[in-house]
Design a protein around this ligand. Structure first.
Ligand code: FES
Length: 108
């Protein structure tokens, strides 16, 4: 039996101000990850689902970027307001949140 059923990796990379690529940290990724952790714990899912901070996921232009395994499902422009929907739809019911998927062919 796997240690965790799903992993959610949220990019928390921080770049210097005015860097041309920008970074997920400046778009609120720390708050997003903390809220994922909070809600998973509140829902009693903390032992099954892991929300981890990650370095750059090479999806900077889509940030806040996150990827869920298994399945390698990529999300972009994730905000704190999207977290409950991702948990309910994807993490609990195995239905990815279509409107938040990164549509770029590199991530499909
Ligand atoms: S800075 Fe977040 S994906 Fe690169």
């Amino acid at each position: 039996m796997p240690r965790f059923e799903k992993h959610i990796f949220i990019c928390e990379n921080k770049r210097p101000d005015n860097h041309p690529k920008g970074c997920c940290s400046d778009k609120g990724s720390v708050e997003v990850r903390e809220y994922f952790k909070q809600r998973l714990k509140e829902l009693g899912l903390g032992s099954k689902i892991r929300a981890n901070s990650s370095g750059c996921l090479d999806a900077c232009e889509f940030g806040v970027s996150a990827v869920v395994y298994p399945g390698q499902v990529w999300y972009g422009a994730v905000t704190k307001d999207d977290v409950d929907e991702i948990i309910q739809s994807h993490i609990i019911n195995n239905v990815p949140v279509e409107r938040l998927l990164i549509k770029d062919k590199r991530f499909i």
